[in-house]
Design a protein around this ligand. Structure first.
Ligand SMILES: [Zn+2]
Length: 424
């Protein structure tokens, strides 16, 4: 296995900072083994600079030291926030260095089996307070491997307010060997509360350049260079999406259907048809991605509950079982809604790329098109709409994304967008 940071594409600065921190963390462990008073404050000499939070009590952290208890990884979708967090977790558990990729600590963390690393991946639209309290409680236990308890929270922007408060308490008074790694699109208060933010060190990731994405597709996934280049450009810096496009014919078909939308908008009726088609395609894609997991979970729960049991106590057990099944259905519904929104958002990003191409062509800007395969079509659009009309259409797509993000019903937002795209 290569170095744990190998999959973090085009993020040299972040990787350097994380390696330094992992080195400082290892020094803390060594110092702790020597004098038996392990605390992260030992990571370096006290700094002259006043800490942001004004904390000086033992166990609290001076932000100038190499290691801290709480981190936020920010960046656009696909930039590798969770990849960075997982790699850093591995570097903290690494026995030999700062993420060698060879030792048991690296292996188990990257494979998802390290007992001291918990990855929280919200499946629904939010992370609730119950889940967070249980997590915080477990995170306070002594690491079984003798290093760090690491909690990675993907999509920390989906914390409910109560869950955020539970997390904040843990970050404010962190157990000495516990590290929280949060992932969020940005440090905007909409994404992460100001108080949590003030306790964390931020690692900003950038949108990786297409060339870097293509390089990793060729090197690691063995994809042909021309396909890799096309997919990297079409995915607009989203590494996972680029890989999917390069490998999965279904994903390519869905993308082609989306990019056929602009030339199908010939009237009001066609605009509503296109809206329906887009929504239904997103629903079908989401259904395909969650239905198997739904059925497996339900069967597992029914088995665990001993469905169909009779005799003394069975009636009471069945009442409890009904509650658990209901809870499961609620969770699955939330996951399905999220999968639909994610699928729809991917389609909207593709569509935005098309109008962005039209705009840059109308402006004769010297940049490469996002969608090389529909560049001719975007060029025709640029002639017909000019820069202003192209920009209005691009804005209509972005407004649709923002509306759905703000909980406008997707069908309504998409219909409004299609009408705007048709009328210009
Ligand atoms: Zn290692």
């Amino acid at each position: 296995m290569p170095d744990v940071f190998a999959d973090l594409v085009g993020q040299d600065e972040a990787v350097a900072e994380l390696r330094r921190a992992a080195g400082a963390a290892a020094a803390v462990l060594r110092a702790g083994a020597a004098d038996r008073t392990p605390a992260l404050i030992a990571a370096g000499p006290a700094s002259e600079a006043a800490p942001e939070t004004g904390d000086t009590e033992p166990g609290a952290l001076d932000p100038s030291t190499g290691m801290t208890h709480a981190w936020i990884f920010t960046g656009p979708p696909g930039s590798g926030r969770s990849v960075a967090a997982r790699a850093f977790a591995a570097a903290l558990q690494c026995t030999y260095g700062t993420g060698c990729g060879e030792c048991p600590g690296c292996h188990t963390t990257m494979g998802g089996t390290n007992a001291d690393v918990r990855m929280v991946v919200p499946e629904g639209l939010s992370i609730g307070v119950g889940e967070m309290r249980a997590l915080v409680l477990r995170a306070a236990s002594t690491p079984s491997g003798g290093r760090w308890q690491v909690v990675v929270i993907e999509d920390a922007d989906r914390l409910t307010e109560a869950a955020g408060n539970a997390l904040l308490k843990a970050i404010e008074e962190p157990p000495p060997r516990t590290v929280f790694l949060l992932c969020a699109p940005s440090t905007h208060p909409d994404d992460i509360s100001v108080t949590i933010r003030s306790r964390c060190r931020v690692v900003p990731l950038r949108q990786p350049p297409a060339a870097a994405v293509a390089e990793v597709l060729v090197r690691r996934d063995g994809i042909a260079p021309d396909v890799a280049q096309w997919a990297a450009a079409a995915a607009q810096g989203h590494v996972g999406r680029a890989r999917r496009l390069a490998r999965d014919p279904e994903a390519r078909k869905r993308r082609e259907a989306v990019l056929a939308v602009p030339r199908r908008l010939t009237g009001v009726g066609a605009a509503f048809d296109a809206a329906s088609a887009l929504i239904e395609a997103a629903e079908a894609e989401a259904e395909a991605s969650v239905s198997e997991a739904d059925a497996t979970e339900r069967a597992a729960l029914e088995t665990a509950l001993g469905a169909g049991g009779t005799g003394r106590g069975a009636a009471g057990a069945m009442r409890g079982a009904a509650g658990q099944l209901k809870e499961l259905e609620k969770r699955q519904k939330s996951r399905a809604t999220r999968a639909q929104r994610d699928a729809l958002d991917r389609a909207l990003v593709d569509l935005a790329g098309f109008y962005r191409d039209a705009l840059t062509m109308a402006l004769r800007a010297p940049v490469d098109p996002v969608h090389t395969d529909t560049a001719a079509l975007a060029g025709a659009g640029a002639q017909k709409w000019d820069a202003e009309g192209s920009l209005r259409r691009l804005e209509a797509v972005l407004a649709c994304r923002a509306a759905i993000e703000a909980n406008v019903k997707p069908r309504i937002a998409v219909e409004a967008m299609m009408l705007a795209l048709w009328k210009g």
